[in-house]
Design a binder for this molecule. Sequence first.
Ligand code: URA
Ligand code: URA
Length: 235
Amino acid sequence: MPGDAGRAAAEAGRNDRAAPPRPTMAAAVPDEAQAAAARELATKAASLDELKQIMDAFEGCNLKATAKSLVFADGNPDADLMLIGEAPGRDEDLEGLPFVGRSGQLLDRILAAIGLDRRSAYLANVIPWRPPGNRTPTPHETEICRPFIERQIALSRPKVIVSLGGPSANLLTGSPDGILRLRGTWKSHTTADGTVIPVMPTLHPAYLLRNPAHKKLAWRDFLEVKAKLRELGSL
Ligand code: URA
Ligand code: URA
């Protein structure tokens, strides 16, 4: 069917979310003030603990008003591998931890398959507050949250990043391409201090749950990640 590839591409980036509603349109002239405030605050954080406190106190993102928790991170901040998803879902919001629902369980199995677990990986999301009803975050919300995840990467200094799903790959690598095109080849993320970190974009585990035939693609991507970690002496 002609529409299949496009639909798969659109879905590949998505989260645990059953048929997320379209995001509301960003304002014609988006308010830059919150994004500027987030940038200034994030830069001030000298440690991950400070960053978490700053984000907890931040009132510039409307997603915080409807979310129960700040979903900051799970796993080991000293790990060489960092996994970055899109946004928390319901389970993550309830527990205050990323990837604890069904897609998190699949992610744990994938990590185990390359000999890792949550003590040897650090997990976070591009957006730290659950969007209401799991809707797609708006571009404006994403721009407000960007400085926080960028600072989180800079402070945890992973040697390798795996981005899960399209939105995370787009934000971290700067490429606008769809995830089915991006996945499987090394890209990079450059931190504010100029450190270049290899990024492997791969399919989102929620997408793999709905499209199990594509697990073999993710499997290939994670073998690349394993090889890279070996090469860097991390495995
Ligand atoms: N999907 C994500 O992108 N992140 C989570 O934490 C859970 C599901
Ligand atoms: N293990 C799984 O369950 N799925 C993958 O995609 C890779 C490893």
